[in-house]
Design a protein around this ligand. Structure first.
Ligand code: ADP
Length: 157
């Protein structure tokens, strides 16, 4: 089964990597798709997010990284993918994902699988990483080493 894991990954963190690792072990193929939102300036540019994610998945033979703009189900259909994967950290995530899943199935015929966050990474979000950086804190415990290095380099004027 081919599964699509969409998100903003801004920046990629250990919670994302945990979902990728578990999904890579479960499915034949996983496509990590970075959503480009032209209306919202990102923290990390799309090219840097793609590069970091490609580095993170390099060790998995069945995971690829791509970008898309617009509706996730349109990308899925164009690539012959019928299943989305989303991570769930909280009841709030679950409610949002449940609503999205219903819409995506009724409008696109695309099913959604939800994977509960691991205990070790359930507290992580892109926003937490961005806020920690803005507060001048080290984020080595929140992101993979390559991402930490890229974020540290970014802070040097
Ligand atoms: P974030 O919320 O960290 O900014 P995204 O918006 O890029 O992440 O979300 C991409 C997908 O990854 C979503 O399905 C989201 O629920 C999932 N995800 C994000 N953080 C975690 C985490 N700590 N554990 C498991 N899944 C997560």
């Amino acid at each position: 089964m081919i599964v699509l894991y969409p998100g903003s990954f801004d920046p990629p963190h250990l919670g994302h990597l945990d979902i990728i690792r578990r999904a890579a072990a479960m499915f034949d193929r996983l496509v990590v798709a970075v959503a480009v939102n032209p209306n919202k300036p990102p923290f990390l540019g799309i090219d840097q997010r793609l590069e970091l994610l490609r580095g993170l998945v390099a060790g998995f033979g069945n995971v690829t990284v791509d970008r898309y703009q617009g509706a996730t189900i349109v990308y899925a259909e164009a690539h012959g993918i019928r299943v989305l994967l989303r991570g769930v950290r909280s009841g709030q995530d679950l409610e949002q994902e449940r609503a999205l899943a219903i819409v995506n199935r009724s409008l696109g015929g695309v099913e959604t699988l939800l994977l509960p966050a691991a205990a070790e990474t359930v507290h992580l979000s892109g926003r937490l990483v961005r806020e920690a950086l803005a507060a001048g804190l080290a984020v080595d415990a929140l992101v993979p080493p390559a991402v930490a290095a890229a974020l540290a380099a970014r802070r040097i004027p």
